[in-house]
Each structure stands twice: as structure tokens, then as C-alpha cells.
Design a protein around this ligand. Sequence first.
Ligand code: NAD
Length: 275
Amino acid sequence: MTVSTITLNDGATIPQLGFGVFLVDPADTERIVSDALEIGYRHIDTAAIYGNEEGVGKAIAASGIPRNELFITTKLWNKAQGTQSAYDAIDVSLGKLGLDAVDLYLIHWPSPAQDKYLESWLALEQIKADGKARSIGVSNFQLPHLERIIAGSDTVPAVNQIELHPAFQQRDILNFGAANGIHIEAWGPLGQGKYPLLELPQITEIASAHGKSPAQVVLRWHIQTGTIVFPKSNSRERIAQNFDIFDFELTADQMASIDALDSGKRVGGHPDEVK
Ligand code: NAD
């Protein structure tokens, strides 16, 4: 199975499909990430706040996979925003991961109530210059947040990781990203299981037509939309299923019928409000 790749605006290459570990219990993380690496995933998305960077690091070390074949993302938590606290936070994350550098370091949320995201972005520029992150980006940034850091720094974020699934497609942020060279990573690609996405007839009919599961159809829709995804599951069977999405293609009509499911409803917090 060959996973498609995307070239970021700084020239780095990212596998378009990865494995996310939000809510993976720290005690189970090494085993579950080891399963994902065995299945073939080479891109792991974690965050300081998930509390499981050590488990990710142990799985990486045990895998024996050459470092340059892996793409590892972690994120600066809101409480660590600021200049020195960001420098300290990346060192803590690298220590837990057992790495000299991450492939991608993100500001987790803009947290406008703190008003430190521009300062944090300038710190991430320095972290990249210091070689501790190969690429830098943001997460949950709305258009005004993006515009402010682009105007106030020398670096356009490589990615913006946002909530994105069929009911909540955020086309304005996608279009802004396309116009400015910011690739979109879709968190909650399966809607976090918080609405019956995988039971919608528009999805199950397409799944039957291809002999695939509804989850595979939704993930395939993301891939063909051009977003980067890293679905989470604790189940080895589902982790394998979610990886097996490169041997079929949705038609233009099937893509359009999933595009039409956008209802503008979030399942997660609003980036203007998350502190
Ligand atoms: P998701 O959309 O990946 O949904 C996970 C849920 O889907 C789980 O309950 C799982 O049991 C179920 N599922 C997975 N595979 C399935 C399958 N094949 N069939 C049926 N059900 C299946 O939600 P997520 O984990 O929140 O998002 C993915 C990743 O995005 C996270 O792990 C994390 O890395 C990242 N994330 C980032 C942010 C952020 O603020 N930047 C927020 C949330 C998540």
C-alpha cells in the first residue's frame, strides 16, 4: 500500500495519511502506535496535552524504522504559549519523544484570550531555525489569526490543522490555505464518532458500491479533497482498515454527494473560545 504524499510550502514531504493519538491512553500508547507502525503508518500526530508523547517515543525507538522514514508531529499547548515557555516546551516534548527534532511543530490553538499566538509563532520560527522542528504550522487558526501571523512574521505556516469532516467542511479556511500555500490537516476526520456519519445513506451506499466500509469512504473523500488525515482508533483491525484506502477512487458524483453533507456543525470547541 503506497500512501500518497504532499509537499509542504517549505519543501518537506508529509504522508497524507497518518495515525492520531488523541485520547489514546498513555499506558496503551506504545502498543497501539507499534501496531500502527507495523501496519505501515509512518506519520504520527500527537500533542503535549495528550500526555502520551513518551509512549509514541517508545514505539518509535522499538520499531527500528529509520528516522527519515517517519513523520512525527507534536503541538505547543495553550498554557505554554509565549517565547521562553515555547522554547522550554519543545525541549520537554523532544525529551519525551526521544527525538532530536520533530517533523512538524504546531501551535495547538490560537487562544485569543491570551493574545500570545503571534509571539508563540515567532518562537516557532526560532525553534525551526534551531533545527528542533523541520516544519512549523498552526492548529485551529481562523482567518484573522492566520492573517495576523503572516503579516507579523517571515513564515507562512506549512499547515493549519482544523476540525474538518463531512458535516463541517470549513471551505473558507480551505480556500485561504490554497491561495496562500497552507496545507490543511483535518482533525476529527470521522467526526470523532459524535454524529452518525458512518450510518448516513449517502455514505453507506457509496461504501457498498466500492466494497469498502463507510469509514474508508469518508477517509478517501478527505484524501481526494486534498487534506491530510490521521484517524484515531485503539483497534488494530480498524487501524488496518483505515490504512487500506489507496486501492479505490470516488467518482466526481460521489465526491459531490459527500461535499453536499456540509451543515456547518462543529463537534469540537470554537477556536475563538478555547482558552
Ligand atoms: P476521529 O474522527 O479520528 O474519530 C475517532 C473515532 O472514530 C474513535 O471513536 C474511533 O473508535 C472511531 N473510528 C476510527 N476508525 C473507525 C472505523 N474504521 N470504523 C468505525 N469507527 C472508527 O477523531 P479524533 O481522534 O479526534 O481525530 C483524529 C486525530 O486528530 C486525533 O487523534 C489527533 O491526533 C488529532 N486532533 C487534533 C485536534 C486539535 O485541536 N488539533 C483535536 C482533535 C483531534
